[in-house]
Design a protein around this ligand. Structure first.
Ligand code: HC1
Length: 564
């Protein structure tokens, strides 16, 4: 243990504790910029410098372990001059269009400048000369705003970003300064969620949605992804993980959407198709293991890196895209609306979903199946600009029938959820018997690769769940080497699954992801129906329109082939 004094306050901390951590324990806030609680410590911005008392020496609080007898000062003139100097240096090379910046009000640099009363101007002309990369439908990179903290570089799951040049020309960029669209970027957006400023952000599509809402000839419908209901509250200062489904539904109606539906409905539909596909493959000796296909970042990854393993993917479209196809075929039919007037919006925790919706094969309804995808952050922006009191708004229910769902649909939002939902249905469909214990604890939680097995008609089926592309890669290498004995595998691109998607509120940490996961399972527990194949609206869709799972129309509208 170390006995130390920080700003005249005594504290005892275990050896190895950093100065930053020790100060936090006694409520002394040391400013940080490159530091992020879930990433490694880089200590390259030096904003967290503190003084070693009596030595006239500064050390970085984030990376320096405190020592026994240390006397630290966090607010001396030396410290403040250093902190202001760091900020002024960054600003000398940073645009100051804060009022127009996508991160206005949520920018860590802006916050620090406010705290330190920074007022010096910069060399804006030079800064503006750099190009903004908006080549992808998902993410925008604005090099001009980069403060070189390296967070994006570390969080990048595909090592797309790297260092280039030196000195004042030093930059973080894809190799050969390619545009993102010309790289193997999977568009997961994790970089955009850890960027402390507005240097990487989701492509903002809110204006397209406003235009549709204000167009009298359009019938504008919206679907809400499973993970958004337990995360969007963060944007309005509510407790992390708080379930706000009813408030979100009400806010979307207030904004002007004609109908508010649930992606969970389509998740149930996905389970109907995916369970049937799995049983078909098992019973007919077809390709196994079968791997889930609902995470678009994961699809981009396998297409870009393991093309020869594409045959293992389920042919099911994701719930987002199944919803799109149904929203422009079945829905206009039962509503007696011209399908060409329907404008379908998705609210997703994910930036890769924007890319998925633009794929050329996603138009089986005869139209673009999904017109616009908005991330959690974008819809929060629309709610704020409508001056809605989100916390105070009265809860409302989804519209029917595409808003009817089950507990199995909602758990899609957490890693392991698709597998658990599928097992609940596969078992009952294959055996004709009721499943007593619905909770497959083995596939829950944040462990990188999880396993479980289930006995179906005397055969043991081994399954696995992986989240994050490092873990996905391990599974693919097992398959490649012929060392994989799983029958069914769930893979999600983002660590934690969709609750940790790259379009989620800024400030998402591991701790917050955990709270969202707990909340999602609670939503499931409280649902009156918890198995997808018992969803009455899905059953009616088959009865009145699709026929049967894997039938001709289901095949046309709900399945696809993924190609590199
Ligand atoms: Fe997801 Fe999915 S769970 S991919 O994580 O299968 O984005 O939430 O909507 O499509 O249902 C995301 C979440 C989401 C799809 C579903």
């Amino acid at each position: 243990y170390c006995n130390v004094i920080i700003d005249n306050k005594e504290i005892t901390v275990p050896e190895g504790t950093t100065i930053l951590e020790a100060a936090k324990k006694i409520n002394i806030n040391i400013p940080t910029l490159c530091y992020h609680p879930d990433l490694s410590i880089k200590a390259n911005c030096r904003i967290c410098s503190v003084e070693v008392k009596g030595k006239n020496k500064l050390v970085a609080a984030c990376s320096t372990p405190i020592w026994d007898g240390a006397k630290i000062v966090t607010n001396s003139k030396l410290v403040r001059d250093m902190q202001k100097g760091v900020l002024e240096l960054i600003l000398a090379n940073h645009p100051q269009d804060c009022l127009r910046c996508i991160r206005n009000g949520k920018c860590e640099l802006q916050k620090l400048c406010e705290i330190f009363h920074i007022s010096k101007s910069n060399l804006e002309d030079e800064v503006d000369a750099l190009e903004v990369d908006s080549s992808s439908p998902s993410i925008v990179r604005d090099h001009r705003k980069c403060i070189k903290c390296n967070r994006c570089l570390e969080v990048c799951q595909e090592s797309i970003l790297s260092h280039a040049h030196r000195s004042i020309h030093y930059s973080i960029t894809p190799a050969f300064e390619r545009k993102l669209m010309d790289t193997l970027c999977v568009f997961c957006g994790q970089c955009s969620s850890v960027c402390p400023v507005g240097a990487i952000y989701e492509k903002d599509d809110t204006q397209k949605v406003w235009d549709a809402i204000h167009n009298k000839d359009k019938h504008v419908i919206v679907q809400i992804a499973p993970a958004v209901r337990v995360s969007i509250g963060d944007e309005f200062g509510m407790d992390a993980g708080k379930k706000v489904t009813g408030k979100l539904v009400a806010a979307l109606r207030r904004i002007g959407f004609d109908k508010v539906f649930d992606t969970d409905f389509a998740a149930d539909l996905t389970i109907m198709e995916e369970s049937s596909e799995l049983l078909y493959r098992i019973e007919n000796g077809k390709t196994l293991p079968m791997i889930t296909s609902c995470s678009p970042g994961w699809i981009n990854f396998i297409e870009g890196n393991f093309e020869h393993l594409l045959k293992y993917l389920s042919t099911c479209k994701s719930p987002q895209q199944m919803f799109g196809a149904i929203s422009k075929t079945y829905y206009p039919k039962i509503m007696n609306i011209d399908p060409s007037s329907i404008f379908t919006v998705s609210i997703m925790p994910c930036t890769a979903k924007k890319y998925e919706a633009t794929r050329k094969e996603m138009n089986s309804s005869g139209f673009r199946d999904i017109d616009v995808v908005l991330t959690t952050r974008e819809i929060a922006r629309m709610i704020k600009s409508s001056c809605i009191d989100f916390e105070g708004i009265q809860e409302e229910e989804f519209d029917t029938p595409l808003g009817i769902s089950t507990g199995a649909g909602v758990i899609f939002g957490a890693t392991g959820g698709v597998m658990e939902a599928a097992l609940r249905s596969v078992y009952e469909i294959a055996t004709g018997m009721a499943l007593n214990n619905l909770e497959f604890i083995g596939v829950r939680g944040l462990e990188g690769i999880k396993e479980a097995s289930i006995n179906i008609n005397g055969n043991t089926i081994k399954v696995a769940v992986a989240h994050g592309l490092d873990n996905a890669k391990k599974i693919l290498e097992m398959i490649d080497k012929g060392k994989c004995d799983y029958t069914f595998i769930e893979i999600m691109c983002c660590p934690g699954g969709c609750i940790g998607g790259g379009g989620q509120p800024i400030g998402t940490t591991l701790e917050i992801k955990d709270k969202r996961i707990q909340s999602i399972y609670k939503v499931d527990e409280e649902m009156p129906i918890r198995k997808s194949h018992k969803n009455p609206a899905v059953l009616k869709l088959y009865e009145d329109f699709l026929g049967k799972p894997l039938g001709n129309l289901s095949h046309k509208l709900l399945h696809t082939n993924y190609n590199p």
